[in-house]
Design a protein around this ligand. Structure first.
Ligand code: SAM
Length: 341
């Protein structure tokens, strides 16, 4: 790891960006494809927090294994440079370096990423305790629930749904780790903007007759509103009653040039540069009505302030949660809208 870190410290900005743009490039069936780079970054954020911070808001102790040592070192350097703008010599000692990176991450998207993972998994644990037997991770990226909770795979099914390119690289990494896939962990490659989700799920062990927990983290804002609501509707029309969905979203103000915060505008610019433009937000005040219109009952709707209060108390230098981020939990009613219309 020390060798990898040294390699990135000496790269020029141009070389550094070229490396970032190369992350996630792979070949699938002879075709070159590009996986989601934001999926790599969120995995790194969870991995770094697990390895370096106490207490832990979310302990993703295995995420680092899905990244190469080179990628991990690159992302450390990325956060280090963000603070020091290339004047790296002043903080060359490893402990100083780590504290600079930690501080940079706390003011960035880390609070949102850890908070959403914790929110969804707390709700999922509760749902499993109440009898839910299948979990569908939508836009799973390098989610490690199935790896960390391999003990549950004898009694619940986990279906990971993701864009084909991102999923292909994750499967390559799982194979390289020697993780043997049990029949209860299955993968479905889909582009939410192209294919009907229930149709795609029918290629897996997903059972539409059984209540499911859907987790949709870090994805909604990358879809056009039309595609986002199409996914909600397609699930409410086909999934079993009492299913749940946990998701994060950006509010509509994040997409209004007069109202967006500087930090979120910078984040949007960065992910656009990485080839993953954010496209749409939701109105927290209209969410209950909007979800009702596509067959879901809103159960929880948390603001950034709520998230900070729930998960980030007790840190002397607290985590930032960008003001446009929200977390929501919705449920499928026992009587569906089609039954009453
Ligand atoms: C920011 S990553 C989030 C990954 C993971 N859920 C997490 O929280 O770390 C975004 C994920 O959404 C997926 N994604 C984005 N647009 C998609 C689309 N149109 N269809 C399928 N997956 C998509 C990407 O492949 C990637 O895995």
């Amino acid at each position: 790891m020390v060798q990898e870190a040294a390699k990135f410290e000496t790269l020029s900005l141009k070389e550094f960006i070229a490396f970032l743009q190369g992350i996630g490039k792979t070949t699938v069936d002879g075709q070159s494809v590009e996986a989601s780079r934001t999926a790599f970054i969120t995995a790194f954020i969870r991995a770094f927090h697990a390895a370096n911070e106490n207490p832990k808001a979310f302990d993703d102790w295995i995420a680092a294994r899905l990244l190469t040592a080179e990628e991990y070192a690159f992302f450390e350097e990325m956060y280090y440079r963000r603070t020091l703008k290339d004047t790296t010599k002043a903080h060359a000692l490893p402990a100083q370096r780590r504290s600079v990176i930690t501080a940079a991450m706390r003011t960035g998207a880390t609070g949102a990423i850890l908070g959403r993972a914790r929110f969804a998994e707390d709700a999922l644990e509760k749902a499993i305790a109440e009898g839910v037997q299948q979990v569908v991770l939508l836009g799973a990226g390098f989610d490690t629930f199935a790896l960390r909770r391999a003990d549950l795979l004898g009694r619940i099914r986990v279906i990971e749904v993701d864009h084909p390119a991102t999923q292909a690289i994750k499967r390559q990494r799982l194979a390289a780790m020697g993780f043997s896939l049990p029949p209860s962990l299955q993968f479905v490659a889909v582009d939410f903007s192209q294919e009907d989700l229930p149709h795609a799920l029918s290629r897996s062990c997903y059972d539409a007759e059984v209540p499911a927990f859907f987790s949709w983290l870090g994805v909604t804002y990358y879809l056009e509103r039309e595609h986002l609501f199409k996914v909600f509707r397609s699930l409410s029309e086909t999934a079993a009653p009492r299913g749940l969905i946990a998701f994060d979203y950006m509010d509509v103000e994040a997409f209004d040039p007069d109202q967006v915060s500087t930090q979120v505008q910078q984040l949007k610019d960065k992910v656009r540069f990485l080839g993953e433009p954010m496209k749409a937000g939701l109105d927290p005040k209209a969410l209950e009505r909007d979800l009702m219109g596509v067959g879901w009952e809103l159960r929880r709707n948390l603001s950034a302030e709520d998230i900070k209060e729930m998960y980030f108390q007790g840190w002397a230098d607290g985590f930032r949660v960008g003001k446009h981020l929200h977390l929501a939990l919705a449920a499928l009613p026992t009587v569906s809208i089609q039954d009453v219309t």
